[in-house]
Design a protein around this ligand. Structure first.
Ligand SMILES: *[C@@H]1O[C@H](CO)[C@@H](O)[C@H](O)[C@H]1NC(C)=O
Length: 291
């Protein structure tokens, strides 16, 4: 009985002193973070912007440490701030923990690129508590737009293309075709998406009135494109026309050259030889007559 009681007291003492240490030493609060729920957030920023991620509004004086655990497509790394200034940075790509004028700490990511897309887990421990965030960072990249018309058999097909954007662009047409537009979506391994919409035009429709409308998160307003017969096609047409002209001219030139080569051997009046005799005779006659 006695040993049991002593044992129990001993456990109480340990638990109490642990609890005291726990409340006194905020670093041990770290243990609680395992049990505390984290807040999930999804954010997207435009390509090339400088972004700041915050995971606590506590000021530097209160903070024991902050760890950003960053999971990117090509690498995982950590950036931390510890109150005694012995923070680590295994990312070494320009990301850093910075401080606002009011003393709040945030993660600064300069010139956001597709490589910075990923999950940013932040754990901050301060005197009296902790906060955990899982922030999914996406990048918004505008697609490159083009629209054109193509002959397909005896029908005209309008095409509208939004190339290598992210997230995916939405393409629509100012009016319908002979069927629903066919949409092709291609996802590149680096996360960019290309969308192409094909619209087969009705025969009685005037393609000049057709427009393609593209919506994308990067732009406040939708973009409107007028598809025209592709320049490549007209270039090809011009090349053909030029080739025909060149060949014709070459033919005419060769013919002319041949005619010129033949002419010195015959007389300058090739059709006259039959009359030459008469002419000569006449000439002689006149010569004779003169002499
Ligand atoms: C941002 O990054 C892109 C490519 O990653 C680079 O071409 C550009 O010069 C950078 N801009 C700044 C302001 O550093």
């Amino acid at each position: 009985m006695r040993t049991k009681r002593v044992y129990r007291t001993w456990i109480y003492t340990v638990v109490i002193s642990m609890f005291e240490a726990w409340t006194q030493d905020a670093a041990i609060n770290h243990l609680i973070t395992i049990f505390s729920a984290s807040v999930n957030r999804d954010v997207a920023f435009n390509l090339g912007t400088n972004i700041n991620l915050t995971c606590t509004n506590k000021t530097r004086a209160d903070i024991v440490f902050i760890i950003w655990e960053i999971h990117l497509k090509n690498k995982n790394c950590k950036i931390s701030f510890v109150n005694d200034n012995s923070g680590i940075d295994s990312c070494k790509d320009g990301k850093s923990i910075q401080k606002t004028s009011t003393g709040q700490l945030y993660l600064h990511v300069p010139n956001l690129s597709a490589d910075d897309v990923g999950l940013y887990k932040c754990e901050s421990v301060y005197n009296g508590g902790n906060e955990n965030y899982n922030i999914k960072v996406a990048v918004t990249v505008p697609p490159v737009l083009s629209a054109w018309l193509e002959w397909k058999g005896n029908k005209i097909v309008a095409l509208c293309r939004a190339e290598r954007g992210t997230p995916v662009a939405n393409i629509s047409w100012s009016y319908g075709g002979s069927s629903e537009p066919a949409v092709k979506t291609q996802l590149d391994p680096d996360g960019f998406v290309t969308v192409e919409s094909h619209l087969e035009l009705l025969e009685d429709v005037c393609p000049e009135e057709l427009t393609c409308i593209v919506q994308h998160r990067f732009w406040d307003q939708e973009k409107i494109l007028v598809p025209e017969l592709r320049e490549e096609n007209s270039t090809l047409l011009w090349m053909r026309v030029t080739l025909v002209i060149i060949l014709t001219l070459a033919g005419v030139f060769l013919l002319a050259l041949k005619t010129c080569r033949c002419s010195p051997h015959n007389t300058s009046q090739p059709k006259i030889p039959a009359l030459d005799l008469d002419n000569n005779q006449n000439g002689r006659k006149t010569d004779d007559a003169n002499h």
